[in-house]
Design a protein around this ligand. Structure first.
Ligand code: CTP
Ligand code: MG
Length: 233
């Protein structure tokens, strides 16, 4: 089992409001970007990392890659206006076949165990995504008024990573570009071509750092993991 991973990291972090790319913010003294990269750096099944970055971040990112001895980034590509553009640019640089993973650089808590389950599923089915069952009651709202309560048991919150056979994802991205379709995740591009997408259950810690309060949740997850590690010793 081997795979390559595309990490979109070319956003601006507007909702975080830090005045810079949120991936440069530190958790436990280490930039978010490095937390995420380390997961793949330390996974023997990961054969290469393609990082999509904003050209203005390049000097700073390069310094971090050197400082933290990240060796698996074999391609730094320019991001685009939308996340989908960034990933498409990265995907164009991938020439081999096999499995490709797409993972938001802003999700530093992804576990190797879940990555591997996802890869196995994608090898079998062609496309697999990580998600968790919705916890809240979900309602459809229109103009501030409830339209209906949606049956929760069939609703899942979907995360990254998402794993695909490379040729399938390339086809989906090419078709999306041709049709001017902009999706909110990678799997939606595959779904519209009517290919099946399998779901693997992940965990609720795999949050995306989006708004400032997420940094507090992130600190709590780090503390929880430290305590669990101490308990094992
Ligand atoms: N991303 C990207 N290219 C873009 C937009 C986003 O590579 N044009 C990346 C981000 O760097 C992030 C991931 O996609 O790792 C998920 O995006 P999001 O959480 O929306 O991050 P930002 O776009 O940076 O944040 P915001 O939308 O608040 O500006
Ligand atoms: Mg964004």
């Amino acid at each position: 089992m081997t795979y390559q991973v595309i990490l979109p990291a070319a956003g601006q972090g507007k909702r975080m409001g830090a005045g810079k790319n949120k991936l440069l913010l530190e958790l436990n003294g280490i930039p978010v970007l490095i937390h995420t990269l380390r997961v793949f750096e330390q996974d023997e099944a990961c054969s290469g990392i393609i990082l999509a970055i904003h050209p203005q971040d390049k000097p700073e990112f390069q310094v971090l890659l050197d400082r933290y001895h990240v060796t698996k980034v074999n391609n730094l590509v320019s991001g685009g206006n939308e996340r989908q553009d960034s990933i498409y640019n990265a995907l164009k640089s991938v020439e081999t076949e096999g499995i490709i993973l797409v993972h938001d650089a802003a999700r530093p808590f992804i576990l190797k165990e879940h990555i591997h389950r996802l890869i196995e599923m994608a090898e079998e089915t062609g496309a697999a995504i990580l998600g968790v069952p919705a916890k809240d009651t979900m309602k459809k709202i229109n103009d501030g008024v409830v339209v209906e309560t949606v049956e929760r048991s069939s609703l899942w919150a979907v995360q990254t990573p998402q794993a695909f056979r490379i040729l399938l994802l390339k086809e989906a991205y090419e078709r999306a570009e041709k049709d001017h379709f902009l999706g909110t995740d990678d799997a939606s591009l595959v779904e519209r071509l009517h290919y099946p997408v399998a779901v693997v259950e992940g965990d609720y810690d795999n949050i995306k750092l989006t708004t400032p309060e997420d940094l507090f949740f992130a600190e709590a997850i780090i503390e929880k993991r430290k305590r669990l590690d101490q308990g094992k010793k």
